[in-house]
Design a protein around this ligand. Structure first.
Ligand SMILES: CCCCCCCCCCCCCCCCCCCCCC(=O)SCCNC(=O)CCNC(=O)[C@H](O)C(C)(C)COP(=O)(O)OP(=O)(O)OC[C@H]1O[C@@H](n2cnc3c(N)ncnc32)[C@H](O)[C@@H]1OP(=O)(O)O
Ligand SMILES: Cc1cc2nc3c(=O)[nH]c(=O)nc-3n(C[C@H](O)[C@H](O)[C@H](O)COP(=O)(O)OP(=O)(O)OC[C@H]3O[C@@H](n4cnc5c(N)ncnc54)[C@H](O)[C@@H]3O)c2cc1C
Length: 663
């Protein structure tokens, strides 16, 4: 019972080959960070004010209200505790929100960053303090009912009127309704609105505007503004994703965010250094999604791995006790590749954020040369990581059998809330095609003898296919990185050839692009996977890495690379770069690696260091006392508040009595 750890989980921990604390320190960037993280988490988890009824038992309205109360507490307590550092705030926020979003998620993730990135100094002076202090609440209103992906197709207009020096904001059609922005329906009183700029009848494309939508006195929509909640969704029950329309609402000229593009009082348009700078906030969030994908996958494998050590089922050997289900190699094959992927994307997320920080510092100083590479890398990694996280979370849920389907497992909620990562902030296929566009451009530059840098440097020299009969050590990370590199370079080359062939067959560029797009996505995928594998291997060369953990991390890296290789074996075999023997060897290595990782599985998920209060899973509890808590959780279901439900008296009783009377 409470206090005692399930004996199976205890044994797992005793038998691990390393101390998880060391890996935790590696994952978070040192013992100091881990200590601070735990302090902030326990501030939340031990505070009775933050305890609430399980959201799974509440209606949408109740969920919205519960999260609102918690979010306000989070902000006010956070201010009192002076939690200002970005990393500290993210630990603190994650502890409050668990697998859900807090009510001001879009305010923090997009509204504030857009003001930081797109506003002039005068505009920052006017709004930033109010926004940072939550005196106004905003969201990022870009997507419309008719257009999310194609930003140039947005229909909301901002027409400049030089006589009054105002923009007239209008929603000309039903499809122009803003649709989806988080926190828009009921919470926000401001938004950054992306609208088509028109001056003297000429269109200048989408630009960001600061628009007040609700009264600061009574929170009613301002005249000319129609706003509301879009209704229940697959997940995010507590979030008021909203709709918004304007009927010729006037805002001052100064409300266009003018750090890059400007409109002078007389209507003269001043061009930005790049029109894509207006898309800057999206790039930042895409980088964040890579981090988040590693994290949600880590949560899912933590739950499924711990549960798989507690769960015993079937007879492996006649007459023997039922084994822990993690001892079935098929179970390991479901979970361990995602355990390895969680590590891979955790580390990729860190690299992505550091590339983002370096590039955005450069961009804010006026050097926009890093923009195309940053966009291409973040788009591809956002798509790859969120796709893998999606498949991995679902695999983990199914690996928990029936109990995985219960909300008690935490997995359905985790999945429902995180799966839109594949759609929002740029639908994944569209993002891969953006990366492919950059790859094609870079490839053509390299054909013309230009030296490439950054993530595409390898395209400059495609490696030859090695001579037949050469043997390789498929566990060697150098060999594996080379194989991924070769595959990516070859698929980029082949997509380029296909594109050229389509053109030569008479198609124009857009039709040729569309005809080649399956191969283009494949190339972008291979490029992104190479980046992830190479990044993982490079992190292991860190000379400060403790030798007791570098062995186990190397196994994870090998497993990640080998599993991807076997899953996509056709790509590696097609041109003879790998042989059938290599792939067979890879499969055997996977089995051997899983056997070696088996005793360390629990320690490896413990190392992610998710406290129970954040994991929110009966199956994934640290103490493994699953069954008694499953029963306790079920008893708390609102349907169990009475022994006989009211519907018995209303419907069931007369129905049963009627049927009995007819006998
Ligand atoms: C105390 C409290 C503390 C709290 C602290 C705690 C903090 C908590 C925070 C934690 C967060 C956790 C996780 C996140 C969760 C967040 C939730 C998010 C919710 C979701 C929000 C959204 O969902 S919000 C809407 C996103 N909606 C899109 O995402 C649209 C996609 N659609 C496009 O993005 C464009 O439409 C698309 C396709 C590019 C074509 O754009 P287009 O047509 O204009 O362009 P073309 O294709 O013609 O391309 C022309 C050339 O532009 C180049 N280019 C294009 N984009 C570029 C770019 N961005 N940068 C540079 N270059 C770019 C391209 O590469 C070409 O280059 P070239 O010509 O040289 O080849
Ligand atoms: C939970 C959630 C929260 C959101 N929050 C916000 C928010 O806060 N603010 C905001 O502005 N928006 C928000 N969005 C909207 C989101 O950004 C868009 O839904 C997303 O960008 C995808 O656009 P779309 O819906 O138009 O998809 P579509 O583009 O209509 O996609 C439909 C299909 O068409 C395909 N497709 C489209 N274009 C191409 C192409 N060029 N080539 C090949 N295939 C293509 C896609 O791959 C996809 O399979 C949110 C969405 C969700 C689900």
């Amino acid at each position: 019972m409470a206090g005692t750890v399930n004996p199976d989980l205890r044994k797992e921990r005793e038998n691990a080959s390393f101390h998880p604390e060391k890996v935790t320190n590696f994952l978070y960037g040192g013992p100091g960070v881990v200590k601070r993280k735990r302090e902030l988490e326990s501030l939340v988890l031990n505070d009775p004010d933050f305890q609430s009824e399980d959201l799974n038992f509440l209606s949408r309205e109740q969920q919205y209200e519960t999260q609102m109360k918690k979010s306000i507490l989070m902000v006010t307590k956070g201010e009192k505790l002076k939690i200002t550092d970005v990393q500290d705030r993210s630990f603190y926020t994650s502890a409050v929100s668990g697998s859900d979003s807090f009510s001001f998620g879009l305010h923090v993730a997009m509204f504030l960053p857009t003001l930081y990135g797109q506003a002039t100094q005068e505009q920052k002076d006017k709004w930033l303090k109010m926004a940072e202090k939550y005196a106004i609440l905003g969201t990022y209103a870009q997507t419309e009912m008719g257009h999310g992906t194609f930003l140039r197709g947005l229909e909301t207009t901002a027409t400049y009127d030089p006589t009054t020096q105002e923009f007239v904001i209008n929603t000309p059609t039903i499809t122009a309704y803003k649709w989806w922005p988080g926190g828009l329906g009921k919470t926000s009183n401001y938004c950054v609105l992306m609208a088509q700029l028109y001056i003297h009848g000429k269109s200048y494309g989408p630009h960001p505007f600061m628009v007040q939508i609700r009264s600061l006195q009574d929170h009613k929509p301002l005249p000319g503004v129609t706003v509301g909640d879009i209704g229940p969704k697959f997940g995010y029950g507590s979030v008021d994703n909203g709709f918004l329309a304007f009927n010729n609402v006037r805002i001052p000229r100064e409300n266009m965010l003018m750090k890059y593009s400007k409109v002078e009082p007389d209507g003269t348009y001043v061009k930005p250094p790049s029109t894509k700078l207006a898309y800057g906030t999206m790039v930042q969030v895409r980088a964040n999604i890579v981090v988040n994908s590693g994290r949600v996958l880590a949560k899912a494998v933590t739950i499924a791995t711990r549960y798989s050590c507690v769960r015993r089922q079937s007879e492996m050997k006649p007459g023997h006790p039922e084994p822990q289900v993690l001892d079935y190699v098929t179970q390991q094959y479901k979970l361990f590749p995602y355990l390895a992927a969680a590590y891979a994307f955790w580390l990729t997320g860190q690299t992505m954020m550091s590339v983002y920080t370096t590039s955005s510092n450069q961009i804010s100083k006026g050097d926009i040369s890093a923009l195309p590479e940053l966009h291409a890398l973040s788009a591809g990694l956002k798509a790859l990581s969120s796709w893998v996280a999606n498949v991995g979370m679902e695999e983990c849920r199914m690996a928990c059998g029936g109990h995985g389907y219960s909300h008690a497992s935490g997995l359905p909620r985790l999945y429902a809330n995180m799966t839109p990562g594949a759609t929002y902030e740029g639908e994944n296929t569209v993002m891969m095609l953006q990366t492919a566009r950059y790859l094609m451009k870079s490839y053509n530059q390299s054909l013309q003898g230009e030296k490439l840098a950054g993530s595409v440097a390898y395209l400059s020299g495609v490696q030859p296919v090695p001579a037949a009969g050469r043997t390789r050590n498929m566990l060697d990370l150098g060999v594996l990185c080379d194989a991924y590199r070769h595959r990516a370079a070859r698929l980029v080359h082949e997509a380029a050839v296909q594109l050229r062939n389509e053109r030569q067959a008479g198609k124009d560029q857009p039709d040729a692009w569309n005809a080649a797009s399956v191969d283009l996505v494949k190339a972008a995928m291979a490029h992104s996977q190479y980046f992830v594998v190479k990044n993982f291997a490079e992190r292991l060369t860190d000379s400060t890495l403790d030798s007791s953990i570098s062995d186990v991390l190397t196994r994870l890296c090998q497993l990640h690379a080998l599993h991807g290789l076997v899953t996509n074996s056709g790509d590696f075999l097609e041109d003879g770069y790998l042989t059938g023997t290599d792939v067979r060897q890879a499969r055997r290595h996977i089995n051997a690696l899983m056997a070696k990782l088996r005793p360390d599985a629990v320690a490896l998920v413990d190392a992610f260091d998710f406290p129970d209060g954040i994991l929110n899973s009966v199956l994934g509890r640290y103490d493994g006392n699953v069954y008694e808590h499953l029963l306790e959780w079920a008893k708390a279901s609102p349907l169990n508040k009475t022994d006989v439900h009211q519907s018995y008296h209303k419907y069931l009783k007369p129905f049963l009595e009627d049927n009995r009377a007819k006998l």
